[in-house]
Design a protein around this ligand. Structure first.
Ligand code: FES
Ligand code: FES
Length: 159
């Protein structure tokens, strides 16, 4: 066990956790942030994606201790003052989910993608999203949602 401080969604949290406990487990089981999902547990499906200093990160694959000092954002931290981000709104508007299990990971990956640079074409989007799996096969609508917001990318501020 060890004590660590995590900065999650703009707030500091002190957590007592085994040094090898994953960031995903700490988020879900210590901080009750269950919007981040457990899928494969092996870094292969993207369900557990969060932002670490703005970069899409598989939270199942890193120990929470490795995230100390970083700015972590989960799906719960995107909405501000009751207003969804343009990425969240686009997923809603396009109905880009079925069971919704993959959705938070998808949205976090898209947020990282569009926050870093303008994704101008389908090939670029598909390449960036290749590691996010949707078992329901909702890919066409997810792609439409991403294309809907890619024109809004403004270096992260609007996302
Ligand atoms: S649960 Fe982390 S990548 Fe699948
Ligand atoms: S909507 Fe069910 S896994 Fe993607």
């Amino acid at each position: 066990m060890g004590e660590l401080v995590l900065n999650v969604n703009g707030k500091p949290y002190t957590v007592n956790a085994p040094t090898e406990e994953s960031l995903l487990s700490v988020l879900r089981n210590h901080l009750n942030l269950t919007g981040t999902k457990y899928g494969c547990g092996e870094g292969q499906c993207g369900a557990c994606t969060v932002l670490m200093d703005g970069a899409a990160t598989r939270s199942c694959s890193i120990p929470a201790a490795a995230a100390a000092g970083a700015k972590i954002t989960t799906i719960e931290g995107l909405e501000q003052n009751g207003k969804l981000t343009v990425v969240q709104q686009a997923f809603l508007d396009e109905g880009a989910f079925q069971c919704g299990y993959c959705t938070s990971g998808m949205i976090m990956s898209v947020t990282a993608l569009l926050g870093n640079k303008h994704a101008s074409n389908e090939e670029e989007i598909l390449g960036a999203m290749n590691g996010n799996v949707c078992r329901c096969g909702t890919y066409p609508r997810i792609l439409e949602a991403i294309k809907r917001v890619s024109g809004h990318a403004t270096g992260g501020g609007a996302l």
